[in-house]
Design a protein around this ligand. Structure first.
Ligand code: SAM
Length: 251
């Protein structure tokens, strides 16, 4: 069943990859969300070895390179995303793996100063294994930063601007989309509670440095929001955090 989900999501990500070329990569943490320039979560990355989980088109890794990172590593489920990432990172000697983040594909252990993931971690079908692998990839003193939809967000629906709860936040399961980005692409995305993310990190031995429930980036300050029922909208983001961001450390 899990392998079935991964197989399907992979086919679908290959179909929709072109919609995500450079979209919402660092310094962005997600839709309407404060950026790294506003939050300053990363320590100095000069000469650091970094690993991007769900690296997509490679633009976050390029950002890391511009900030001075020495080794750029990434893993992503989609063949097409990895092909684009190689293009984006041409001449930067990236180490990129086309694989599921929940599988051990031989990425070195006790090696990285920093592992991060921008809007990808929630796709994992096995959160505990994924976090354990990330913990293992890190050196002692290394840290992990990820951003993802605020866990309540998939349950927030909107009708004429009125926001209401759909389904159950209590019951962890998954949502299935038969179309994604307007394409005939079936995607299954697990739904989890905020506490599940935090407790899984703690169970493995991470210490939590910061938990952020996003606010709207200052770059939208001059923009008036109009009522919108879109999944992501300024109207919704001004009323509820779109993104959760967690920074955790391996001691
Ligand atoms: C919204 S995109 C984010 C891309 C990238 N982090 C960025 O900053 O541009 C989500 C990415 O997660 C990848 N993905 C989905 N499920 C995955 C899995 N189980 N393992 C690894 N990558 C996965 C998709 O292929 C896609 O590239």
């Amino acid at each position: 069943m899990v392998n079935e989900i991964l197989k399907n999501n992979k086919i679908s990500w290959d179909k929709v990859a072109h919609h995500f070329n450079g979209k919402d990569a660092l310094p962005s943490y997600g839709p309407f969300t404060q950026t790294e320039d506003e939050l300053h979560l990363f320590d100095d990355v000069t000469n650091k070895k970094v690993l991007d989980i769900g690296c997509g088109s490679g633009h976050s890794l390029r950002y890391m390179s511009e900030k001075g990172a020495r080794e750029l590593w990434g893993v992503d489920l989609s063949e097409n995303q990895i092909t684009t990432a190689f293009e984006t990172l041409k001449n930067l000697n990236p180490q990129l793996f086309c694989a599921a983040m929940e599988k051990d594909v031989g990425i070195p252990k006790n090696y990285f100063d920093l592992v991060y993931s921008i809007y990808a971690i929630g796709w994992t079908t096995d959160l505990a294994t994924t976090f354990q692998l990330i913990y293992d990839y890190l050196k002692i003193g290394g840290y992990f930063i990820f951003s993802w939809d605020h866990p309540l967000y998939p349950h927030l629906k909107s009708e004429n601007g009125r926001i209401y709860l759909e389904g159950s936040y209590q019951k962890e399961s998954s949502v299935t989309y038969n179309h994604f980005k307007g394409e005939d692409a079936k995607m299954v995305i697990p739904t989890r509670k905020m506490s599940t993310y935090i407790n899984e990190l703690i169970k493995i031995g991470f210490s939590i440095d910061q938990v952020i429930e996003s606010d709207v980036s200052a770059s939208f300050d001059s923009i008036e929001d109009s009522v919108s029922d879109r999944y992501y909208s300024l109207h919704k983001a001004r009323r509820f955090p779109t993104t959760m961001i967690i920074k955790a450390c391996k001691h």
